[in-house]
Design a protein around this ligand. Sequence first.
Ligand SMILES: *Cc1c(COP(=O)(O)O)cnc(C)c1O
Length: 444
Amino acid sequence: MMDARRLIARDEHAIAGVEKLRFFPLAAESGLGEMLTEPGGRQLIDLSASWTASGFGHGEPTIAAAIARAATTAPGASILSGTHPDAVQLAEELLALVPSRLADGDRRVYLGHAGTDANEVAIRGCRHATGRPRILAFENGYHGGLGAAQGVSGVHVGAGVPADPGVVFLPYPDPYRPHTGDAATVVADVLGRAEVELAQGGTAAVIVEPLQSDGGVIVPPIGFLTGLRELCDRHGVYLIVDEVKVGLGRTGRTHGFEHDGAVPDVVTLGKALGGGLPLSAAVGPAQVLDAPVASALMTTTGNPISCAAGLAVLKIVRAGETTANARARGEQLRSLLASYAGGDGPGASRIGDVRGRGLSLGIELVTGAGSPDADPGLTAKAAYRAWQLGAVAYPVRGNVLELTPPLMISAESVERAAGILMSAIDDAALGAVSDEEIAPFQGW
Ligand SMILES: *Cc1c(COP(=O)(O)O)cnc(C)c1O
């Protein structure tokens, strides 16, 4: 049997640090549904789903079968210079899934590998189509890990990565830590600032998440996205909605933007779209995504194996059960956590907020009763303790434990997971995890 500690030591010697974001000594050798198995056989409940990239569960049988079938018959690995039925089918199904104000003939689908390249292509396309350089994005937003997608990501830029030369950051409306007043005032303030920026001209697009995930699971008040939509229309600017993390049913609706009734110009999808394989998409105007032809080439684009996985995923999404489960299990998890936060357990007073939509939930941890000050140290320790007790959940924006389990998670697993999380927060608040234990894990 493989030893987890030895495996982690080999990982440290062989795998590059630039692709690591570690919070505890996790090593999993297999997975099934919402469960992970460590070397040695211990089982963990997965409350991250690889940051939602395995959002329909580990080893999902219809996805696995589609991948196996495609792998044995694929006529190549690219659609650059010749097409394939599954790539065309996937693009057509995405056009049908994503609402638009344009006729189908006026839209295209870019098939990519990751949320990063889908957003990169969307941003570039909007700049090319308009001839304008500026992009409006949001503080603490996340759109990717390389290039312009990284440069318009507020979380990176806030952490010292160079900003894209054309980006302007606006505050994202946060009802828990409002910068002005109540929800309506915050939205009005943000939209007012957006208006000032757009009125200057030179803006190609606004890029926004329908719910800020890595920025701390911030649910914007209703009216924010529709307000942005209206501003974009008034100024002739494209609205890109980044559904990479919360799209495909996670919020309890197929698309995160549906909660607010706004119809974007460009929608980007990724993570769960590939059912565990690298696959992403940008769906938007032909004017944006055809311009110019052959300007964003990656050889394995549209490869039949990823496309087969994507078709299996869309079939699951259309069946609707996972989206309904996201609503039901999300409500269950949220109410278990909220009633604990309202109680008198040793960690309860450290919970500042429990929030989210569907199975995109966050627990914000603070320094003490009545104090709204963020407590990233406690959060790192609670995540570490949860792993010790048998659940995987990662901190975002320092002091928020993000919960994004596979959408098929059972009611029993939700109940067990809530118990583990509550014990982990209690234990961490009582000092069960030392600074030395978490010191090797830098996180973000
Ligand atoms: C993860 C993420 C991305 C980037 O996707 P990758 O597959 O990591 O390149 C983009 N946008 C959002 C909202 C994300 O959460």
